[in-house]
Every structure is written in C-alpha cells, then in structure tokens.
Design a protein around this ligand. Sequence first.
Ligand SMILES: NC(=O)c1ccc[n+]([C@@H]2O[C@H](COP(=O)([O-])OP(=O)(O)OC[C@H]3O[C@@H](n4cnc5c(N)ncnc54)[C@H](OP(=O)(O)O)[C@@H]3O)[C@@H](O)[C@H]2O)c1
Length: 334
Amino acid sequence: MSENNRVAKLAQRPVGAVKRDDFLIEDEPIQDPGPGEFRVKLAYISLDPAMRGWMSDGRSYVPPVELGAVMRAIAVGHVEQSNHPGFAVGDAVTGLFGVQQYAISDGAGVAKVNPEQAPLERWVGGLGMPGTTAYFGLLDVGQPKAGETVLVSAASGAVGSIVGQIAKIKGCRAVGIAGGAEKCRYIVDELGFDAAVDYKAGNLSADLKSACPDGVDIYFENVGGEITDAVLAQMNPFGRIPVCGLISIYNATELPPGPKNLRSILVNRLRMQGFIVFDFIKRYGEAVDALGTWHGEGKLKMREDVREGGVDAYPDVLNDLYTGRNFGKLVLKV
Ligand SMILES: NC(=O)c1ccc[n+]([C@@H]2O[C@H](COP(=O)([O-])OP(=O)(O)OC[C@H]3O[C@@H](n4cnc5c(N)ncnc54)[C@H](OP(=O)(O)O)[C@@H]3O)[C@@H](O)[C@H]2O)c1
C-alpha cells in the first residue's frame, strides 16, 4: 500500500475552462476509519460534465464544492478496512468519494456493486449515474411511445448512448446528434441507432430534417445552444424535451443568447422539462435492475474511455468532456 493519499482540492473557482491552478493536488496521510466507518481504495473516478457547475458559486441543485475541500466526484473501488457492519473488506462500492485515491465513508449514499456482472468502471457509467439519468430522463420525463422518433444530443456519450438504446428497446426510432464521422458511425453501426447527424459537418438543419423525416417527438437535450434552436424547428405537436444537460454553456463566462425558436414551443404545445437524476434517488434500484438486465441480454452496449495519469491528470482530462475529446463514459484510473 502506498503511504499517502493523493488528493485534488478545489483551490479557486475556475473562470472558463478549468486549469491546473484551480486545484491543489497534494499528498495526505492515509486515514484509518473511525467507529462505524470504512476505507475505500478507489479504482476509477467518474468525470462528469456537472463537475464544472459544482465548482461555481451560485444557486444550483447542490451547494458548490467549498474552497479547500476535496473535489466532489462519484467513484468506484474496494473496501480495504472496515468498522461498519454493512460493508466488509473486499466489497466493491460506489459513492461520492471525491477526487482522491482513498476515501473514508460512513456508508451514506454508498451502493455495493457486482464486479462479476460488469467491470468496475461500468458501475459509474452505463450501470451507474449516467445510465440511471438516461433511464429516468427518457422514460419518466420523455414518456416515449412505440413508433415515436427520439432524438438525443451528445449521443455517443455516457448518457446519450443509453438514451438511444432504451428508445430502441421501447420501439421508438432513435436518432443521435454527435460530433464527427467516427462517433456517428459508432452509434448507428454498433449501438443500433436508426440515424446519426454530425453537427460539425455544417448542415445541421438540413441533416436533421433528412434524419427525422417524420419530425421529432422527443428531443433529449444534453447540449443546448445552436443545436437546440435547430431541433426546435423539427419538433412535432405535443413533443417533449427532457432537459438533461447544457454542456455547450458550462464553461461560458457570459450566458449565450437564449433559444430563438420559442414559437415552436407555443405552436406545437411542447413540454420542456428539466430534471436532475437525484430527483429519482428512491427508484435507483429499479433503473439499475433494468439497465443490468438489458445489458446482460446484449440489448444495451456500453463503452468507457478510461484514462491514466491518476489524480494529477484530473483537470486536463476533465476538460476533454467540453471539447468532445472523450469517446464514451470518461473515467480516470487512480
Ligand atoms: N440532469 C442530470 O441529472 C444529469 C446527469 C448526468 C449527466 N447530465 C448531462 O448529460 C449531458 C451528457 O453528459 P455525459 O456524462 O453523458 O457526457 P458525455 O456525453 O459522455 O461527454 C460529453 C459530450 O458532450 C459533447 N459536447 C461537448 N461540448 C459540446 C458542444 N459545445 N456542443 C455539442 N456537444 C458538445 C461531446 O460530444 P461530441 O463529440 O458529440 O460533441 C462530449 O463527448 C451533459 O450535459 C451532462 O451535464 C445530466
């Protein structure tokens, strides 16, 4: 066992994209768990677009990470020392363990996972928070009906890839928006989407129209910005827009102009509804069971983009999410 715990603490609130200087990355002594606690040796840290928001001071759905605190992160690893009756040495667990190598926990918000069912990193991806986000966002907020067209942005990513595949399982037509030919080919050829639109190819509106000849019934929003305006023009009457994320604006220093095409919401009587996966926390078990079953049946494919470099690589690797340099669920090996 190494002597120290490498840890990334938030040193200052980033402006724009995160920088190495926004974090204090240092060694600390590894702590022993107190009564009722256990220590987890983390294996993979989940890098999520929401992290950028957690660093900012401002009203949100969770309080910001305090300056000087360990950066908040979902992670997965193994219990290596325990004074907790519910968690034994060797248990594989996920929870909000932070950007570090070792975490002390009292078990709050921690779930056991089964590494024999799927590799450890998948439990922070398609079988973890991003998968449950796709499940509740599409099924509860979007309410798809067989035969409808479901369009999703950031479609090759952790959430989007699962949204499109669940849409197919539910008998819908799945169309994805992604950046670049390789990601577009992947979602159609490997994940079974019906069509893909490369938003970087320069013909977004025309390409959306030909990929969705019957219009769009559900637009699963992951990015915001110009893509939203282009999609609004293709929505069908009584369409639904679950607003899951707006990654195109997370690093913005000034808010971009709002969607121009609000007229589409009016004339098509659209329902646009934001949601946060934590709203569904009491039903996580239902989602993980369904995702695990579909995954086991080969109906739900999952891809992780695992990065090396440990805790020190955190700021640089995180930035890859906002430029599309990740391909699949981004995780950092620690
Ligand atoms: N509401 C919730 O509870 C909840 C929970 C989890 C995630 N989310 C949201 O879900 C979205 C996807 O998250 P994820 O974890 O699955 O990440 P991801 O899709 O695996 O990675 C992010 C992707 O976003 C795309 N992207 C980045 N900047 C963009 C831009 N300016 N315009 C268009 N696309 C851009 C890139 O794909 P391309 O290469 O295709 O551009 C990138 O690969 C995020 O908005 C996130 O905040 C919400």
